[in-house]
Design a protein around this ligand. Structure first.
Ligand code: NZQ
Ligand code: ZN
Length: 381
């Protein structure tokens, strides 16, 4: 294990009914004006908006609506939210949505507290926010685990970069499975695949085999696969949904990352693909992972072998990678770039730009270069 400091500041409420039972009392700890942030309309259709608004009103809050946060939230949307917070003297931000809404709010919360441009501060100045408007998160789409940490993924359209930006962490997070039931089946599975990816990318970041973080990561991977298979039988299996919701949280609450480096190269490739195509995050990962792992399997044979045995019950490293590819097909997730919903045609020229602008991770199993990232992408076309 490498040295680390572990502190966990996010109070987590889990289970059906937890929002109705506990949100009101949590809100008493904050001022009167609440920014209610959400996506592009799902919470208005499934009744969540009404339920949360009633809880806010009963707690005596004045609501400022921040609507229309898009999947793959943009930096412009962050600035819009920060302006709303300042203009309305917002005391507290309540993010109600999936990873996109929660990510956007984390950076809104930090941007509202500084006159400096957060993107420049982090990417040019290498400084990170230590002040923010307090926020809470109510999860309506599980998978990213965004509610569990202070990292956000934001698309800066003027720079054509989708990248990790640090912002606020939520003071509290609500994980109520019932709030996810209206999610389309495809999004449930792509979200769950994102969880699997987080655990795999964390696990592969160090060559040491015997640390407890790896053992927990393997358990999360195995449990995610088992419960995704249950959803293939019945997408409304509530136990499986709740198991996956906690898998998602476990993968990103920092426990798996204690004392070790992480990889996250597949994520870097997908994020930059997202900057150009606006594709769905979990689906993009499903396309990229097998191709990426075929390139690096020989660089981490022991780790891939253990992954193969524990997660897919096959004997060799290569068989494990192919079992992952077969599992992706079994779930009906996209396997080729052409199957992704994209705002541009995905051509070799676009993939060259994605590869050239992709962030490269220096840790295990092996550092790629831009040419190899281009090759990996071309193998997915
Ligand atoms: O916008 P609305 O209308 O709400 O619709 C959303 C959206 O279209 C819909 N949805 C959410 N909850 C619903 C629902 N539809 C019906 N019923 C519900 N209960 O689902 C669609 C996708 O939502 P989104 O929030 O974009 O999905 P997800 O949770 O997968 O988040 C993806 C974003 O998170 C980032 C990704 O890059 C991407 O931008 N990530 C954030 C991470 C983090 N902060 O730790 C880690 C991840 O690796 C990831 O990069
Ligand atoms: Zn992810």
């Amino acid at each position: 294990m490498n040295n680390f400091i572990y502190e966990y500041p996010i109070k987590t409420f889990f289970g059906e009914g937890c929002v109705g039972q506990h949100l009101g009392s949590q809100l008493q700890n904050y001022g009167k004006t609440v920014l209610l942030a959400y996506g592009q309309g799902s919470i208005k259709k499934n009744g969540i908006y009404e339920e949360i608004s009633s809880i806010l009103k009963a707690a005596g809050k004045t609501i400022v609506d921040f609507a229309g946060i898009m999947p793959n939230p943009t930096y412009d949307k962050v600035q819009e939210g920060a302006a709303l917070v300042r203009e309305n003297h917002v005391d507290f931000i309540l993010a109600v949505g999936g990873g996109s809404v929660i990510d956007c709010c984390k950076v809104v919360a930090a941007q509202a507290k500084t006159d400096q441009d957060i993107w420049e501060m982090e990417f040019s100045g290498h400084r990170y926010p230590d002040k923010w408007v307090p926020m809470g998160a109510v999860v309506t789409a599980a998978g990213t685990g965004s509610e569990m940490n202070s990292g956000a993924v934001i698309t800066n359209e003027s720079k054509m970069i989708k990248a990790g930006v640090f912002g606020a962490h939520a003071d509290f997070a609500f994980l109520d499975t019932a709030y996810t039931l209206s999610l389309p089946a495809g999004q449930v599975l792509s979200g769950a695949f994102d969880t699997l990816s987080h655990a795999m990318e964390t696990y592969l970041g160090t060559s040491d085999q015997d640390n407890v973080s790896d053992d927990v990561a393997l358990a999360v991977m195995r449990n995610t696969v088992v419960n995704m298979r249950r959803l293939l039988v019945d997408v409304n299996d509530r136990q499986a949904r709740s198991n996956l919701m906690w898998d998602a949280a476990m993968a990103e609450n920092g426990i798996l990352k204690c004392g070790r480096l992480t990889d996250f190269q597949a994520h870097q490739i997908e994020h930059q693909l997202g900057a150009y195509t606006d594709c769905n995050h979990g689906q993009g990962l499903a396309v990229i992972h097998p191709a990426y792992y075929r390139h690096i399997v020989g660089d981490a044979l022991e780790k891939f072998t253990r992954f193969a045995k524990v997660v897919f019950e096959v004997d060799t490293a290569e068989a494990g990678v192919e079992a992952l590819a077969a599992f992706i097909r079994e779930c009906g997730l996209p396997v080729r770039l052409g199957e992704l919903k994209s705002k541009v045609e995905i051509t070799p020229e676009v993939l060259r730009k994605v590869a050239d602008s992709c962030n490269i991770i220096g840790s295990n199993p092996r550092q790629l270069d831009k040419e190899e990232i281009y090759q990996i992408l071309m193998e997915c076309i």
